[in-house]
Design a protein. Structure first.
Length: 395
């Protein structure tokens, strides 16, 4: 048996001690990886939402806003059949500070055999749109024609597939990247396609007023007072509600800050507990192994080698625990992603695989550093051990 193989032999020789250290390392790495990845995912979701909204102000029917709220309408797919009169577009465009606007039409939530969730169709006008097209351009560079649709990331359809709505076949032109919001369950189509669907006999009962729209998205002129524009729109009609999109993102950011604070506190508490327990285990190990260390000294092992032995054992067990904990965290996050989204009720977008891998590596490094730190006291104790006294007294 060589000195290099001694760390592994020692770990296998005292399985209960090794298992305790392994469990604490797993808890430490799992907490770090899961907690910070969840916080990162929430931040990614907020950034994705801010980019996706693209408008300064949204106008919806007042009754829909009061019943659902803007967050429900935008993020959770709760778009029922609600409409604004087409004349509202002309009235709003005349308000000072409005640079451009574009309407969208929400067709009632549909049930489709291709998906486990209900679908909704969002119609937009390509000639005036400034919010959907920039987002779609990441995936689809062409022109969306009548009868073509673009589906959200959670819809089980690929480019070239056909989907039928109201007995009318539509062709999937592209599939969007994930946004971490309810928009991932949506289908996007031009206003011409929406009109075609509503003309189908199967759409009876889904009709809407001629030229009506569900929401109006507004881009304000640079330097304009958004609050003033919102007041002007709301004063222009009792039937509509104008809201700044930043109101929504600010509310989410506030909730995100609270969640981040609580999560960080929990992570810190778990990590401190694990560090304390690991330090206690190493301390007990030091007391139990004094005679063994003394014998190794007599056999020619230097204090530096004994210190390296303890640190090597800590490295092996914490590296294994860190790798296991990080991997377990990644598997659970990927497996229960939908549950976490529903639980937090906020935009939730996991980092790219490369970033997840980097997080896992960082967690392993952190676990090793924690193990080395807690083993340092044992190593220091070894360096101060008087071999003669230990062997004479037998402890």
């Amino acid at each position: 048996m060589t000195f290099r193989s001694l760390p592994v032999k020692n770990l296998l020789g005292n399985k209960s001690r090794s298992m305790l250290l392994f469990i604490f390392s797993v808890l430490l790495s799992f907490s770090l990886f899961s907690g910070f990845t969840i916080i990162q995912s929430l931040k990614n979701g907020l950034k994705s939402l801010e980019y996706r909204l693209g408008a300064d102000i949204m106008v919806v029917p007042k009754t829909a806003y009061e019943q659902n709220g803007l967050e429900e309408i935008l993020l959770k797919g709760n778009r029922t059949c609600f409409y604004l009169e087409n004349t509202k577009i002309e009235d709003i465009s005349a308000i000072d500070g409005v640079e451009k606007l574009s309407p969208q039409t929400f067709l009632a939530t549909l049930d489709a055999g291709c998906c486990s969730v209900g679908l909704e169709i969002i119609g937009f006008n390509p000639n005036t749109d400034f919010t959907v097209r920039p987002w779609l351009s990441q995936t689809y560079k062409g022109t969306l024609h009548e009868g073509e649709i673009i589906v959200g990331s959670k819809i089980n359809a690929l480019k070239g597939d056909s989907m039928t709505f109201f007995n009318t076949k539509c062709t999937v032109a592209a599939r969007l990247k994930e946004t971490g919001t309810g928009l991932d369950n949506a289908v996007y189509a031009t206003a011409a396609t929406i009109k075609k669907l509503l003309e189908s006999p199967a759409a009876a009962g889904r009709t809407m007023p001629q030229g009506a729209v569900s929401t109006i998205l507004i881009k304000a002129k640079e330097g304009s007072d958004l609050d003033s524009i919102v007041r002007s729109i709301n004063w222009s009609s009792k039937d509509i509600k104008a809201v700044k999109t930043k109101t929504l993102t600010a509310s989410i950011a506030k909730s995100l800050s609270s969640i981040s604070t609580v999560t960080s506190a929990m992570i810190a508490a778990v990590c401190l507990l694990c560090l304390l327990l690991m330090a206690i285990v190493f301390s007990l190990v030091s007391s139990e192994r004094k005679k063994a260390f003394a014998i190794l000294r007599v056999l020619g092992a230097s204090k530096r080698k004994l210190t390296a032995l303890v640190l090597s054992e800590a490295f092996i067990i914490t590296a294994a625990g860190g790798l296991f904990g990080g991997t377990a965290g990644a598997i659970l996050l990927l497996s229960f992603k939908a549950f976490i989204e529903n639980f937090v009720s906020m935009p939730f977008l996991l980092p790219e695989p490369g970033i997840l891998a980097a997080n896992a590596i960082a967690v392993v490094v952190a676990a090793i550093a924690a193990g080395s730190l807690t083993a340092a006291a044992t190593a220091y104790s070894i360096s101060k051990t008087d071999t003669g006294i230990i062997l004479k007294n037998g402890n």
